[in-house]
Design a protein around this ligand. Structure first.
Ligand code: ATP
Ligand code: MN
Length: 446
């Protein structure tokens, strides 16, 4: 059977007035079957929405009626019929069927409910993700995610960036951390890469000048939180002849462009999720790390743990500071800049006049960090010094250090977690909602 015979339209593509009286073929799933005696309503669902198929007992072929009677929910079906404008039906039309075919039968009972009438636990939903994704709220998340990723590509191409695909199998840790997944690589040990950081920087020496990558990062962190995954998607960029200020401007413009694109292109999906997006205002507010410390210690009494220079900002402080910024400015997105050099990776550039702080930033959204970035060290000697100061052995970074000896331009960059971007945009409770098949400490399948 060809596509033409199986589907002339998606349900969401039909215009009730313009297409009134036209014969169409729809394919999808039997979402609901309601037998009211003289009349049966069959709801066909596809990616774009639902169509009501109205079966009048007296008017249709007995064989067609029999097919509908025997039909189980969630079976795959094809319906050919004529469009009749009907304001009370979903999408404003009903389909008067000429033929109905069951393409494949779905067993009963179903592993989970798809009508949204019964709330399922996240674990049950993820165990049956193929069926969970049939729910329109879940479909909407991934339709929006598609628009987000397309917007990112548009944005960077427009800004003369080259999309790269770097290796995910590596010999050494990016930052010397222990949060790596070891894998066996022939007769050697290798790791899944935790970040494309080192590759991005090498590509600056290679002269690609501006690169971006949307790809997986792997983190063997053991925590079980709403905002951490063991396999996440990172939107990573690196830019030559630029400093941290330049890439912060690029980052805030990227965020605003993404929001604008979603508002422009995803009204239907946003309506399904009952979300109205507020486009962030430019430029984003900036607080230095030391200002944050001061506010946390003096203006937010609810924060229990007072902070000293060099401390990381804990989860509670992060949340309450995010609220503080929101209440003051009405904005969710903001930057924390000029972090202590010690709290940032070895490649972050210290200020010349105050080397204890670095040209680094985190871009925040109320509840969590969305991005980290910095101007990078491009001087070989300083880089080796910083690697050693972190207690790492420069020998392990030979492949990375070599390009710094043969012409490395000044450069800066950042990484944004794609799932956190979607999660905060759509106010999802759990980051797992923004991933098709999430990987966490306990979940390795599906
Ligand atoms: P956090 O402190 O919140 O765990 P991080 O500082 O370790 O994050 P970075 O190494 O700075 O993370 O990575 C850049 C971005 O990638 C983060 O700001 C975040 O958006 C995303 N990211 C990092 N680790 C994860 C993870 N385990 N799950 C989901 N997203 C992640
Ligand atoms: Mn970070």
């Amino acid at each position: 059977m060809s596509l033409k015979a199986l589907r002339t339209h998606f349900t969401g593509e039909i215009n009730p007035e313009a297409d009134n009286g036209q014969t169409v073929t729809l394919s999808g799933w039997a979402h609901e079957i309601r037998d009211l005696g003289g009349i049966t309503f069959l709801v066909l669902r596809d990616r774009t929405g639902r169509a009501q198929v109205t079966i009048l007992k007296k008017k249709v072929d007995p064989e067609l009626l029999e097919t509908v009677k025997r039909m189980s929910r969630e079976s795959v079906i094809t319906v050919t019929g004529t469009i009749k404008a009907e304001p009370k039906a979903p999408n404003g039309y009903e389909l008067m069927p000429e033929s109905i075919t069951v393409v494949t039968v779905a067993e009963s009972p179903l592993p989970m409910d798809t009508t949204g009438k019964v709330d399922a636990e996240l674990d049950t939903r993820l165990d049956n993700r193929f069926m969970d994704l049939r729910r329109e709220e879940q479909t909407a998340v991934f339709v929006i995610r598609d628009t987000v990723q397309a917007a990112i590509r548009d944005f960077f191409r427009e800004n003369k960036f080259v999309e790269t695909t770097t290796s995910k199998i590596v010999a050494a840790a990016t930052e010397g951390g222990t949060d790596l997944f070891p894998i066996s690589y022939f007769d050697r040990e290798a790791f899944l890469n935790q970040s494309p950081q080192l590759f991005k920087q090498m590509l600056m020496s290679a002269g690609l000048d501006r690169v971006y990558e949307i790809g997986p990062i792997f983190r063997a962190e053991e925590h079980d939180t709403r905002k951490h995954l063991n396999e996440a998607t990172s939107i990573d960029i690196e830019m030559s002849f630029a400093d941290h200020e330049d890439v912060m401007e690029l980052l805030e413009n990227m965020i605003v462009y993404i929001y604008e694109q979603v508002v422009e292109k995803c009204q239907k999906s946003l309506a399904v999720l009952e979300k109205e997006l507020q486009i962030p205002k430019l430029p984003f507010n900036k607080y230095t790390y030391e200002q944050v410390l001061d506010i946390i210690n003096n203006e937010i009494p609810e924060i229990e743990d007072k902070m000293q220079f060099g401390d990381d900002i804990g989860t509670q402080a992060e949340h309450l500071f995010g609220e503080y910024v929101f209440n003051k400015t009405g904005e969710s997105h903001y930057f924390i800049i000029d972090w202590p050099t010690e709290t940032k990776p070895f490649y972050a550039m210290p200020y010349e006049d105050r080397p204890e702080i670095s040209k680094s930033f985190d871009m925040m959204h109320r509840m969590m960090e969305l991005s980290s970035g910095a101007q990078r060290i491009h001087q070989y000697d300083l880089l080796v010094e910083r690697i050693e100061a972190k207690g790492l052995n420069p020998d392990g970074f030979d492949f990375y250090l070599k390009p710094f000896r043969f012409g490395m331009p000044p450069h800066a960059g950042f990484g944004v977690g794609a799932e956190r971007l979607i999660m905060t945009m759509l106010e999802l409770d759990n980051i797992r909602e923004a991933v098709l098949f999430p990987r966490d400490r306990k979940r390795l399948s599906p």
